[in-house]
Design a protein around this ligand. Structure first.
Ligand code: PEP
Length: 262
């Protein structure tokens, strides 16, 4: 059984006032009746985690939780500007995105660093959301599978059996923020490949590990993506900024037919 999960990634957006409106709107919508067996979370910028944690507690919805967008690969010490996993845990974070393509591209994060960050999150009892995915050039030259295979292999090498406690997000870079989502078939095919690779190391983990799709998911395409056999949820960028759109995507996840795996 792999419960569907929808996670919003606000990126560097928000304000004290707009965050409060967002959480209140989403909570009001969810109170109208979200089925159990689904999970919803959003990853806010570091300075807003405390506020957002309090806002969630105020609306007391157990299935809406909080995450962060990055974490330090170090535990504590002289790392100016970095934020330790233990600090995120104290802010009530349940999830931490690691290896988002924006961090890989803009901050030269390597697969090894991403895996170290995932370990930090795991050691503090949080779930890392490990992002993988190919660029447009890599897909256009037919190398998407090779690229993702390499990214997964590096995570397995460091995380080993702890990968079972992570989430993987397949986010083709060409689909992020472009309005051009992967088709359900393209996404399913890569998700199936990822699950197959993990099964090569650990069959049991492969069956339970949730693989999220991210890349221009919106209220219109969400159900077609989420219904696919190996798509266990969505990582939502742009459409998570609008509370009504996010809620519609959560509703799409809520209404996806419950199969033996979802
Ligand atoms: C993301 O940045 O993780 C993402 C999926 O963005 P968008 O939904 O805007 O494509």
């Amino acid at each position: 059984m792999r419960p569907l999960i929808v996670i919003g990634n606000w990126k560097m957006n928000g304000s004290l006032a707009s965050n409060a409106d967002w959480v209140k709107t989403v909570c009001r919508g969810m109170e109208q009746g979200m089925p159990s067996g689904r999970q919803y979370a959003f990853c806010a910028p570091f300075p807003y985690l405390s506020q957002c944690g309090q806002l969630i507690r105020d609306c007391s919805l157990a299935f809406l939780t909080l995450g962060a967008q990055d974490v330090s690969a170090h535990t504590t010490g002289a790392y100016t500007g970095e934020v330790a996993a233990s600090m995120l845990k104290e802010m009530a974070c349940k999830f931490v995105i690691v290896g988002h393509s924006e961090r890989r591209q803009l901050h030269q994060e390597t697969d090894e660093l991403v895996a170290e960050k995932a370990l930090q999150a795991l050691d503090c009892g949080m779930t890392p959301v490990i992002c993988v995915g190919e660029s447009a050039d890599e897909r256009n030259s037919g190398r998407e599978v090779e690229v993702v295979r390499g990214q997964i292999a590096k995570q397995v090498a460091v995380l080993q059996d702890r990968l079972a406690d992570c989430l993987i997000a397949y986010e083709p870079i060409w689909a992020i923020g472009t309005g051009l989502s992967a088709t359900p078939e393209q996404a399913q095919s890569m998700h199936e490949f990822i699950r197959g690779r993990i099964a090569g190391y650990d069959e049991k983990a492969a069956n339970t590990l949730r693989i999220l799709y991210g890349g221009s998911v919106n209220p219109i395409n969400a159900s077609q993506l989420l219904v696919m056999q190996d798509i266990d949820g969505g990582l939502i960028g742009r459409c998570s900024l609008d509370a009504n759109d996010f809620e519609k995507i959560c509703l799409a996840a809520a209404s996806v037919f419950t199969t033996s795996t979802h």
